[in-house]
Design a protein around this ligand. Structure first.
Ligand code: HQG
Length: 184
């Protein structure tokens, strides 16, 4: 696959494995895993034609490492970002002192009032460094980066998890743990 085909396949898989398994007639198990055979035949009916080799290429070549295959290659899932109900089974972890969230200015009044909410996903997504957060925010416009006092949140009872591709997840971030944008 060339770069463009790879990005298109990654977008398609992200939609199927996070939000719309029904769209290709497959089901996710409670931990979010899809059977690769069912996924590939679903894609033949209702999506891009993907070979098994293409799927491996997407998993390995995806710019954010969004997907994981089990070692025998029979099941695949997205690391995070689901809106369908899944229990990823990630263990609680102690976060670093600070984590970061990238957003845009038009959301700031609401965020500073009510904190970060997961919106349509299961969790609020936080980045380990400001540069990554900036890129997340830039998907929507001029990015604004917020610092999250994650270690303090953790000390005060909030549960953090981290995905295999380095995204930190927490149910919500109350406004008291957010501080103004850090310089880029
Ligand atoms: C904002 C991408 C108003 C929040 C990225 C964000 C990430 C609020 C948007 C992953 C709010 C939700 C997740 C509040 C939060 N009021 N707006 N109280 N609380 N928001 O896409 O973090 O490419 O669900 O700032 O790299 O942007 O898909 O979350 O702008 O890791 O793999 O509501 O998605 O990864 O948007 O991105 P999202 P996100 P992928």
């Amino acid at each position: 696959m060339n770069r463009k085909e790879l990005v298109r396949a990654s977008r398609f898989l992200a939609r199927v494995l996070r939000h719309a398994p029904d769209s290709v007639g497959i089901r996710l198990d409670p931990q979010g895993w899809a059977e690769v055979d069912a996924l590939l035949s679903g894609c033949r009916r209702a999506g891009p034609r993907l070979s098994r080799a293409d799927l491996w290429e997407v998993v390995e070549g995806d710019d954010k490492g969004r997907f994981v295959l089990i070692p025998d290659g029979t099941r695949i899932r997205a690391w995070q970002g689901h809106s369908v109900r899944v229990e990823l089974g990630l263990e609680p972890r102690t976060p670093p002192t600070l984590l970061y969230h990238g957003t845009v200015g038009r959301f700031l009044p609401a965020i500073m009032g009510e904190g970060l909410r997961p919106m349509r996903r299961h969790d609020v997504h936080l980045s380990p460094d400001p540069g990554t957060a900036r890129r997340v925010g830039a998907r929507r416009g001029e990015p604004v980066v917020l610092s999250v006092t994650a270690a303090r949140m953790h000390d005060e009872g909030h549960v953090f998890r981290v995905t295999g591709n380095g995204v930190w997840l927490v149910a919500a971030v109350p406004a008291e743990y957010l501080t103004a944008a850090v310089p880029s």
